[in-house]
Design a protein around this ligand. Sequence first.
Ligand SMILES: Cc1ncc(COP(=O)(O)O)c(C=O)c1O
Length: 398
Amino acid sequence: MNKSELIKIANSRLLTVTSRPDIVMCKGQGMYLYDTEDNCYLDFIGGWAVNCLGHSPRVIADVLAEQSRTLINASPSFYNLPMLEYAALLTEQCCLDRVFFASTGAEANEGAIKLARKYGQVFKNGAFEIITTQYSFHGRTLATMAATGKQQWEPMFEPKAGGFRKAVFNDLDSVKQMISDKTCAIMIEPVQGEGGVNVAATEFVRGLRQLCDQENILLILDEIQTGLGRTGKLFCYEHYGVEPDIMTLGKGIGGGYPLAALLAKERLNIFETGEQGGTYTGQPLAMAVGLAVLKEILGQGLVEHSRKMGELLMAMLTELSSHYEIENIRGMGLLVAFDLTKTKGQDFVTKCLQDRLLINSPKERSIRLMPPLVVNEIELEELVVVLKKNLAGSSRLG
Ligand SMILES: Cc1ncc(COP(=O)(O)O)c(C=O)c1O
């Protein structure tokens, strides 16, 4: 099929959910994606902060081939070998003791919401409210949309799940004011990704931990975007010196294979049989991939690499900001953003796409970079060349 036939199918057969350019991707290797016309794109979206090992990494290809010859699916009613090995390694690497595996971030967050409500039922007189924050993003199911702090989502698909209150991010007093005897948990992203890469202040996260301890409520960290090396630590909570009661992971943990996880402290092992589950929980193929990705990240020192490359990227952008109209360079590790003072984000994304660079604009004037963790200095320099070219019209010198 030629490209116009493919785009005709896209326009007539896919349920429209977002606007996409007339490009059909067909191959990926390392930091690069290739379309059906063999154009090569430098990818700083990384599958939306997902492809931590780059595109089509050997380790995932091999484990998928091997595991699919051995066991693709047993059933959720049986243990399987990669499930147990992965559960042991993942919990060993973080401060949580128990794990439930899911396929998407939203599903892991739904589980976290259910677990917090279960905690409220068992230990807090039926408390059910969860305090989240403005500009947060927790997913697209009805409950996770209700948890999300996007104002424009509020009127959509009513009635959504109730029981969420939105505090101001990085404002401890605003959270305190929302606490009542109905509150069972506080849920935040340590770095709000979709909200434009807003980094939580250390005092805020530590203050939340203290507040949760005082009020006997749970701290839930949504690390779906920040987890597994993205921020220069294996888990973002390590930057803050506090431990969550519940953590959710997704995106990078599968390296591109659909995989997510809900993790909790031992005392929260309180679901009754049948209250939580799913056909694909702990599916062997996903478990084998998750295990291989985690081993690769640990074995190849990719957390440290992400920290170093993140620092270099920040330095390059800071240098750029002294010549061009960009500001507010922010982020952690390889989750980085900056604001354009003269151009709309989406227009800038379109210009860069013409130069075969993939970047994302989460907010009107912001540009977000979330490349695979394997990105190297040369690819960072390649990025800067294209950014410079497209910022040329907004040079500070004229
Ligand atoms: C912080 C955060 N939570 C949850 C989600 C939802 O994950 P998924 O799209 O896999 O359901 C996302 C996705 O962007 C996210 O960034």
